[in-house]
Design a protein around this ligand. Sequence first.
Ligand SMILES: Nc1ncnc2c1ncn2[C@@H]1O[C@H](COP(=O)(O)OP(=O)(O)O)[C@@H](O)[C@H]1O
Ligand SMILES: [Mg+2]
Length: 461
Amino acid sequence: MAGAGGGRGGAGLSAAALLALPALALLALPALPVLPPGRGAEAQPGFSPPPGFSPPLLLPPGLREELRQRRRDLRRLEAAAGGGEAAGAAGLGCGDLSRATAVGVLGWGFTKVVARAALAGGGSVALKSVHGAGREVRRCVQRYGAPAGCRRLAAYKLLKEVTLLQRLQHPGIVKLHGQCYDNSGDAELRVTAMLELGSPLEMIQLLQTPWEERFKICLSLVKLLFYLAHSPLGSIALLDFQPRQFVMVDGNLKVTDMDDASTEELSCKEDNDCTLDFPTKSFPLKCSVAGKCEGINEKKNLFNAYRYFFTYLLPHSAPPTLRPLLSDILNATGDLRYGINETLRAFEKVLHLYKSGLYLQKRPLLLKDYISLKGFRTVEGEGYKCWPSYSHLGCLLSIHSAEEAAAICNSQLHCQSFIVTQHRTWTGRPLASFQSSWTDLIPDTNAVVYIKRSASSGERL
Ligand SMILES: Nc1ncnc2c1ncn2[C@@H]1O[C@H](COP(=O)(O)OP(=O)(O)O)[C@@H](O)[C@H]1O
Ligand SMILES: [Mg+2]
């Protein structure tokens, strides 16, 4: 184990060595202190490459050219971002990294590997660095036979991501807490980004959550795309837009993979140069007088949000009266009839109808069929299961009012009683717990239990 960090001094593994290990091997590691990646490593407030930040001449010319290209792109991005340090530049540096303890791998992609680390002062972060055994580096090595140069090439992508994360701040973008890099010695440039810790997005799990939670994910995504369309760096497209590029932090969706973001809109001479192609659909766009395909980045993001998120998450088990509005959103984003502004407006309308209870159909009042007992609640574990419940143990659903809960209880075969709990969902709606029995009541000054009259007449109180 110590051998893996050999030559870098100290008992633990360096962050770079740690993160360069094949990801699966890492899972078996015990907690390890994380050392900064090599001698002379300095935390840099911004990511402006230090002097001498150029590839050595020993590298194959093709690779040298690719490195030059990436460095140029990075400089251009920094210049567009106003150069120098970003506002609110991240605080953690190599010192914090050296005192942190790596806990395990969170995930990896073609370019980067991400590990969880515990900070010495408490709290956890996600450490991102180049995935030495990832597809990007492997392909480059096959081509050029220069592992260190190829890792440097991949490091430029991570530098680009860090530069973007420094400039772009939004609740839908993972926070950059700091970074550490080392450009000393050989052709390699070791970069570690320290990010807000999340958990990888599990689409299958999301499909099983209540509609309100799935709507929240889609709304967060729409707000993120609105920000990206109007960002300080211009309209930004996420070129590799898939659920695996997002994580969840405290129930909120955040994009984490930004190295494939494009701040440039496609240049054109005529409208024919501006076709937006997807595997199932193509959209002809206009070429502006300025020679750019109008709105192409915004449209690309929106169609991707439609095909990877909205189609799966929006419609199922939505309140019936909201379904026509939701299918309008699906159709209008699937045809790119809506831009991001109209999409956000449509989402906010749905949210308003839902939060205010205006979506509820005029129905006969049913609460009169229930006896309410103030100062009591039912015993936990008396619940039957229903879908999609907020709890695996029983039937816990979001409601607008006791009246709506009575309608739900009437529609469910096993329901005999319900209580409105103190818990609220993200929209501020209370959760109600539906029960198949009402005989075991316990005193609770804050609670009210509603019992079906038909149930109470058939049983002893
Ligand atoms: N902040 C984070 N918290 C938890 N997991 C993360 C975080 N960032 C990334 N991951 C996980 O690591 C994987 C790889 O990160 P990503 O930036 O997408 O690398 P790549 O550019 O190689 O695709 C992601 O798919 C995700 O599962
Ligand atoms: Mg990725």
